[in-house]
Design a protein around this ligand. Structure first.
Ligand code: 611
Ligand code: MG
Length: 214
């Protein structure tokens, strides 16, 4: 009965997932996205790459740009060590409202701070608002034309340190060609492409992992 896709996804979670079990929550969303209604979650295939990069980095403080319904928020938060934090930025209040409920249903709300507003406005306020020195890990999955400006903003605000890992979704589909040019041509990044498929589809997509060299 939910009128928007996020509301229908929340219903699918409440119906099919186990409260407090993050894995069952994102699996319920994957089932919905694959069998009911395509949805722009990073998904189960690219999700495995996200999991492995995250486990390797083991960030104390992580940033996600583009919460949507909270699928990757839950996927990331479940792997964070005790005391580690994920800040996720969402522009659309309706999406944020659903994401808060999905994050709470998964039981990871204590590890997650969801901030509402445009990344361009919020990034410069991160240090003062959250007492952050720099991020260990950044997941980019918001508007694709914001990847470059927000990466530059993170650099200019001193929010990246030697070794910070940026992981960008959709660099092939829908595509972030400017971003690929930027991180692959810059001497300040060591970049690598992880080939995969667009969520719930056979179309190629992939994640670009870029390590900031300082
Ligand atoms: O368009 C895509 N993603 C844009 C995501 C946007 C999300 O981030 C904010 S925008 C924002 C958030 C924060 N600050 C500023 C803006 C929107 O409210 C939405 O929640 C996309 C599209 C496809 N696809 O196949 O078409 C596949 C994907 O995996 C995608 O991620
Ligand atoms: Mg995406």
């Amino acid at each position: 009965t939910g009128s928007t896709q996020p509301q229908r996804m929340l219903e699918a979670v409440q119906k099919n997932a186990t409260k407090g079990d993050p894995e069952s929550v994102f699996s319920a969303i994957d089932y919905y996205g694959r069998h009911k209604e395509w949805a722009m979650n990073v998904g189960d295939e690219k999700g495995l790459i996200l999991d492995s990069v995250l486990t390797e980095v083991n960030p104390s403080i992580a940033l996600e740009l583009g919460t949507y319904c909270g699928y990757s928020t839950v996927r990331i938060a479940r792997l964070l060590s005790p005391g580690s934090k994920l800040i996720t930025v969402e522009f659309n209040p309706a999406f944020a409202a659903v994401a808060r409920q999905i994050i709470a249903y998964a039981g990871v709300q204590d590890k997650v701070t969801l901030v509402e507003g445009p990344s361009g406005d919020l990034i410069p306020k991160m240090k003062e608002r959250f007492g952050i020195k720099s991020f260990d890990f950044v997941f980019l999955d918001h508007w694709k034309d914001r990847y470059v400006p927000d990466t530059k903003l993170l650099e200019d605000c001193g929010l990246l340190r030697k070794g910070t890992v940026l992981l960008a979704d959709n660099v092939i589909c829908p595509g972030a060609p400017e971003y690929l040019k930027y991180v692959r041509n810059s001497p300040r990044y060591e970049s690598r492409y992880f080939k995969s498929n667009l969520e719930y589809s056979k179309v190629e997509d992939g994640l670009e992992k870029s390590v900031f060299l300082g």
